[in-house]
Design a protein around this ligand. Structure first.
Ligand code: PEP
Ligand code: MN
Length: 340
């Protein structure tokens, strides 16, 4: 349930109203002061709330019922777009943020070299997997803690904040220390223990869409994190399983305008995992920006033929540079600007 307040409502009136509302049961009140509206979002069992009593308050303009199961992630709870600060880089709002880097951190030279190259082309954040969720237990699993150390070195030399995937809640303390944005991969989108733990910390989370997750399931996973008090969530569309086998996944570009309508959270697109083919990364990046994405995350490797993971979908720093030039025109056409 949402209570929309009249403009100019005093804090004293809000406090009185909150007190009455919480008397109706186990309800938490989430006040949001937006540019045009001040609203109180009610979370919990609102079935006992008496609307006539609420409406009798002079400061109440109207009451709305929220049918969707996600509340904190719901745009009606937070009409303005959320902007998430990742180590000083603001994700969401009018700027488009480009995230680039290898699928996996492989060596100091590799990660630091790629970091400098993508920064020079205009990337704002550096990605790099240290813990890799591989389908085969015999495949390269990542450099793990050593990978995080190398990422930190690359952050120092390039100045780019870093994003890396967490696979286990046991590593949370380490990720809190080491990275600027904690990635939850597609395979862990419904690891509810992990999501709950991430809800308790104060660090931005990049939540990728699950392999076969509906948009509502994806938003409910964001809700898990937000329900714990961590509202710094960025969503990432990375393709879903369909009957099509030509591409690795089917990149659901239509999810971007849907998310923008249903939620206030920023949304990125990952055309690398979304297609599995390097020649599709450029057209899908352009499509993502045209569709309203807040940014794109791309796998970039200095030597894709010999990459230890996902070489077939990785582009070179030169191709990334070309993409960066092309997208500035598209961003402008849709009223946005590419940061960097
Ligand atoms: C990744 O970004 O490195 C990754 C493993 O992606 P996803 O979880 O989307 O498969
Ligand atoms: Mn990958």
């Amino acid at each position: 349930m949402i209570i929309v307040l009249r403009q100019g409502t005093q804090q004293k009136e809000i406090d009185q109203l909150c007190e009455v509302v919480t008397r109706f049961g186990n309800i938490t009140v989430n006040p949001v002061i937006g540019t045009d509206l001040t609203i109180l979002g009610l979370i919990g069992d609102t079935s006992q709330v008496d609307p006539t009593q609420i409406e009798s308050f002079h400061c109440v303009e109207r009451i709305m019922h929220v049918a969707e199961p996600y509340k904190k992630a719901n745009r009606s709870f937070h009409p303005d777009d959320t902007v998430v600060d990742v180590g000083g880089v603001k994700v969401g709002g009018s700027c488009i943020t480009m995230v680039a880097g290898p699928c996996s951190v492989e060596s100091r030279d590799q990660i630091c070299g790629i970091a400098d190259a993508v920064r020079n082309s205009g990337a704002s954040l550096l990605r790099g997997g240290a813990f890799k969720p591989r389908t085969s237990p015999y495949a390269f699993q990542g450099l793990k803690y050593e990978g995080l150390e190398l990422l930190k070195e690359a952050r120092k030399t390039s100045g780019l904040p870093i994003v890396s995937e967490i696979m286990s809640p046991y590593d949370l303390d380490r990720f809190m220390e080491d990275v600027d944005l904690i990635q939850v991969g597609a395979r862990n989108m419904q690891n509810f223990d992990l999501l709950r733990q991430l809800g308790r910390v104060r660090k931005p989370v990049l939540l990728k869409r699950g392999l076969s997750a509906t948009i509502e399931e994806w938003l409910m996973s964001a809700e898990y994190i937000m329900a714990g008090g961590n509202e710094q969530v960025i969503l990432c569309e990375r393709g879903i399983r369909t009957f099509e086998t030509y591409t690795r996944n089917t990149l659901d570009i239509s999810a971007v305008p849907v998310i923008k309508r249903l939620s206030h959270l920023p949304v990125l697109v990952d055309p690398s995992h979304g297609t599995g083919k390097r020649w599709m990364v450029s057209p899908m990046t352009k499509a993502a920006i045209a569709a309203g994405a807040d940014g794109v995350m791309i796998e970039v490797h200095n030597d894709p033929q010999h990459a230890l993971c996902d070489g077939q979908q990785s582009i070179t720093p030169d191709t990334f540079d070309e993409i960066m030039r092309d997208i500035r025109i598209i961003a402008k056409a849709v009223g946005r600007e590419v940061r960097g």
